[in-house]
Design a binder for this molecule. Structure first.
Ligand code: PLP
Length: 398
């Protein structure tokens, strides 16, 4: 059966990790993999997480199954964190939340739910977008189309072109939107732009699918949820895929959630029944540990305060490395052409150079980034920023 199966090409990010490990240069800089790093280059376990884990170890009495929906208290806390306590959707009992294996699990669950409801609907995906969006949504059998979003060469959001493309969509189509910290561009919609997107979705009867993987990494916990709260409050239906990989540093524990918002409580119940059946048919039940950690932190005032402080430190480090990299490039190049790095949000920005120059950066300067020129700003440190800026300018002006 499997003798004719050909090996697939290596995943570009995982391949890059291997090459970085094998590189013996002392100057090497890793801007590839999308994980937060502290100044020492480590991806730490947060102190609030350590404390929550210690408590779980002390208190846990069973490893018996939880449920296809995961932990009920986790799901309730996630809704409040994402939508805010006073949100009309919660007051109107129109949302149902299901714990998922990471944000990826939530995206796939959402895609399968869309397929169950309207298999012919097209999902509009930003160009560019995070590479895994395409297999996660397309793998469910949905048709995908791209809408223009960002021009890497000029570092500009293509907002007008985006709106024109969405204007041409058919009612019932789904629009995948990065809620904040757009991956890979770092270019986010402003509040007025979110307002314009809302009017368009209302007028064209399109359904938003919001991907919230970096809440708290951009401008703050509430500011980063602006678009999610606006759209889900004003539209009859919405899906929100939530990830706690980055903002709780729980990458390998696989913890996330899908929030499904329906037109009324009965519609929301119907959506939930499908979500549970889909979960059951793919992985049965989500892993528990990460969700127990998140629920433990969010339900305890002191722990929550500690988390907010640690999240603020991660955000502050990314923001200060953005400023430092932009300033160093400005000083060494004598131009403001890289100032966009300072104003963008979250972990990523696109350097905006062609793939052969990205390759030259790696081969000649030991600077690693994804072939599209995506830089993980959390890989920048005060120690490597000078070398990094000189390397970038060397490949641009050989
Ligand atoms: C845009 C975006 N969405 C979703 C995810 C989901 O992450 P995870 O499945 O690790 O929670 C990521 C992770 O890199 C991401 O960048």
């Amino acid at each position: 059966m499997f003798q004719d199966l050909n090996a697939l090409p290596e995943d570009s990010i995982l391949g890059l990790m291997g090459k970085f490990r094998a590189d013996l240069s002392r100057d090497k800089v890793d801007l590839g993999v999308g994980v937060f790093r502290d100044e020492a280059g480590n991806t730490p376990v947060l102190e609030c997480v350590r404390r929550a884990e210690a408590q779980i170890l002390r208190d846990q009495t069973t490893k018996s199954y939880v449920a296809p929906a995961g932990r009920a208290e986790f799901n309730a806390l996630v809704q409040s964190l994402v939508l805010g306590d006073q949100h009309p959707v919660i007051a109107g009992n129109r949302s149902r939340t299901v714990q998922s294996p990471g944000g990826c699990g939530a995206l796939r669950l959402g895609a399968e739910l869309i397929k169950a409801a309207a298999a012919q609907s097209v999902v509009q995906v930003s160009d560019p977008t995070w590479g895994n969006h395409l297999p996660l949504l397309g793998g469910a059998g949905l048709k995908l189309q791209r809408y223009p979003y960002y021009d890497a060469a000029t570092h500009q959001l293509k907002f007008d072109a985006m709106m024109e493309a969405l204007e041409r969509c058919n009612p019932g189509d789904v629009v995948l939107l990065h809620a904040c910290c757009h991956n890979p561009s770092g270019a986010d919609l402003s509040p007025p732009q979110w307002g314009a997107v809302l009017s368009l979705l209302q007028r064209r009867r399109l359904v938003p699918f919001l991907d919230l993987a970096y809440q708290g990494f951009g401008e703050g916990r509430d500011a980063d949820a602006y678009g999610v709260r606006l759209l889900s409050g004003e539209l009859p239906e919405a899906l929100v895929a939530v990830s706690f990989s980055k903002n709780f540093g729980l990458y390998r524990e696989r913890v996330g959630a899908l929030i499904a918002i329906g037109g009324d409580p009965a519609k929301a119940d119907a959506m939930q029944s499908h979500m549970l059946q889909i979960a059951r048919s793919i992985y049965s039940m989500p892993p528990d540990h990460g969700a127990a950690v998140v629920a433990g932190i969010l339900s305890d005032a002191a722990q929550r305060q500690l988390w907010e402080a640690e999240l603020g430190q991660m955000r502050g480090r990314i923001q200060s490395m953005r400023r430092l990299l932009a300033a160093t490039l400005r000083q060494k190049s004598g131009s403001g052409r890289f100032d966009f790095i300072q104003t963008q949000h979250g972990m990523f920005s696109l350097l905006g150079i062609p793939a052969p120059l990205v390759l030259r950066l790696r081969e000649q300067h030991h600077v690693y980034m994804v072939p599209d020129g995506r830089m993980n700003i959390a890989g920048v440190t005060p120690q490597n920023v000078g070398y990094l800026a000189e390397s970038i300018l060397a490949v641009l002006n050989p």
